[in-house]
Design a protein around this ligand. Structure first.
Ligand code: NAG
Ligand code: NAG
Length: 468
């Protein structure tokens, strides 16, 4: 009996650290598990923990972080620990509020009137929380601006870095006009095709922001991400890209430009008109040169062939819609060549400023090749008129400065906010997003573009919106 009594204290003294160790281990395991679970529920502007939109599938995103641990750290750090006190912005807001805005402002361009038309469906009914709940079914994310801060609810991943650059645009607007952007609650879809058909949603129009619309849709057009940059195909922010294209266009004078129509792009985007266009690739017969853009090859060769500023030495540039509208419209118009626009079905926010035969040439898609040929022949017989059309197209794009883009966003958001039938507040699942948190998630190239497209508080007020 002496043996057990001799052993018991020893056993106990071993047991205690064991229990302690075991509980510490379990505690850590539970903690790690909880952190893991927490991280796996945290959705991010780059698309962590988000599935592609079900209405437009694309390959799931891959992430560059090397380990799970590194990813978890990044998600927690960027999401929860970067938007602390934005004391600088708050101070700027105060300054703005107290500064008298007695300066006289310019009138906005005519095409801003389209804002009234886009929002007309809700003028009588106004926009209720029920409208938004219904529109959410078609949205990739929700933008809430409350007290000058931006909150985002992410529902689905957007292809490439669209979400990041679109949200960046909102953040820059808040920076440019501190204290002036009203509280709003916006449902946004980042994919190409409008979805709120006027016929189907006649009884209850749903307000949904996206990059384009058509006459048959209620979707509300908003400037697309590429104004802030499209790193995947090396398209820099608009205020960098436009001057470069314009410089490129001036390297050869009109007479020395190739007297043909030129198109370069990706025909494999389920666009019937682009496939049709391939048939016109014959400079002798149709006066057109149609080139296929292989973005994978281009990326490998450092985007040398696709530099937009090198594509302006043709007298005519063709614009053909892609899967829906195409961001290339603004680059085509920037060249100072006559833009041959194949009758577009989609509108983006600024294309409402286009006037046929004034700043572009409208091409009927029926008998496409002969119509291109006709435009080219006419232009070559009337060189000064053709040059003038090209120039007016370029001027339209020159006036579409980032200042004008922000003014459009400002007025669209302001007019939209007047229609809200409730006081916007961040939803229970919303996360605050700030300049620092977006930069925190950005990779090297994205960070360069984001940095280039960041703004300072404006010294002047937005232009004055013409009445409805
Ligand atoms: C169009 O023709 C040119 C020259 O003949 C050729 O280099 C180019 O590959 C053709 N484009 C397509 C899309 O086939
Ligand atoms: C951002 O831009 C500023 C000047 O515009 C420059 O000084 C700074 O180095 C840039 N930062 C990055 C990360 O590119």
């Amino acid at each position: 009996m002496g043996i057990p009594s001799k052993h018991t204290p020893r056993k106990l003294s071993y047991l205690f650290p064991c229990v302690l160790g075991l509980s510490l281990f379990s505690f850590t395991a539970i903690l790690l598990y909880k952190v893991d679970e927490f991280v796996s529920r945290t959705k991010t502007v780059v698309g962590h923990n988000l599935k592609p939109t079900p209405w437009h599938l694309f390959p799931p995103k891959t992430f560059t972080e090397e380990t799970r641990h590194a990813r978890a750290y990044k998600i927690i750090h960027c999401t929860y620990l970067t938007c602390g006190y934005n004391s600088k912005d708050a101070a700027a807001q105060e300054r703005r509020r107290s500064s008298s805005s007695s300066e006289t402002t310019q009138n906005c361009p005519e095409f801003f009137r389209a804002i009234h038309r886009d929002l007309e469906p809700w003028v009588r009914t106004r926009i209720s929380e029920a409208h938004l709940a219904e529109a959410q079914k078609y949205a990739a994310f929700r933008i809430m601006i409350v007290g000058g801060k931006l909150y985002v609810d992410l529902y689905y991943a957007c292809v490439q870095s669209r979400a990041m650059f679109t949200i960046w645009g909102f953040l820059q607007l808040l920076r440019k006009y501190p204290g002036m952007v009203p509280d709003v609650d916006i449902m946004f879809d980042c994919m190409d095709k409008p979805t709120i058909s006027r016929k189907e949603h006649q009884s209850m129009p749903l307000p949904l922001f996206r990059y384009c619309t058509t006459k048959e849709h209620f979707d509300i057009p908003f400037p697309d991400w590429s104004f802030w940059g499209w790193p995947e195909i090396n398209i820099r922010p608009w205020q960098e890209e436009f001057p470069d294209i314009k410089r490129g266009s001036q390297t050869v004078d009109w007479k020395s430009k190739v007297p043909w129509a030129y198109w370069r792009g990706n025909p494999d985007v389920a666009s019937p008109i682009r496939l049709e266009l391939l048939k016109c690739n014959n400079s002798g017969e149709w006066g057109a040169q149609i080139m296929r853009q292989d973005w994978v090859e281009e990326a490998k060769s450092g985007f040398q062939q696709s530099k937009l500023s090198n594509q302006c030495n043709y007298r005519y540039k063709i614009y053909a819609e892609g899967y829906a509208w195409s961001v290339s419209l603004k680059y085509v118009l920037s060249c100072g060549s006559v833009a041959l626009i194949i009758s577009p079905r989609y509108e983006d926010f600024f294309s409402r400023g286009l006037i046929p035969q004034q700043n572009f040439w409208l091409i009927d898609p029926i008998n496409l090749c002969p119509n291109i040929k006709h435009a080219v022949d006419w232009g070559n017989e009337h060189p000064s008129e053709a040059e003038a059309i090209g120039k007016r197209g370029q001027e339209l794009m020159e006036s579409l400065s980032m200042d004008e883009v922000y003014d459009y966003m400002f007025h669209l958001i302001s007019e939209y906010s007047k229609l809200l039938h409730f006081k916007p507040k961040p939803s229970s699942t919303a996360m605050q997003v700030c300049v620092e948190s977006v930069l925190c998630f950005a990779d090297q190239k994205q960070a360069i573009f984001l940095n280039q497209s960041s703004v300072f508080p404006s010294q002047t007020s937005p232009c004055t919106l013409p009445p409805a």
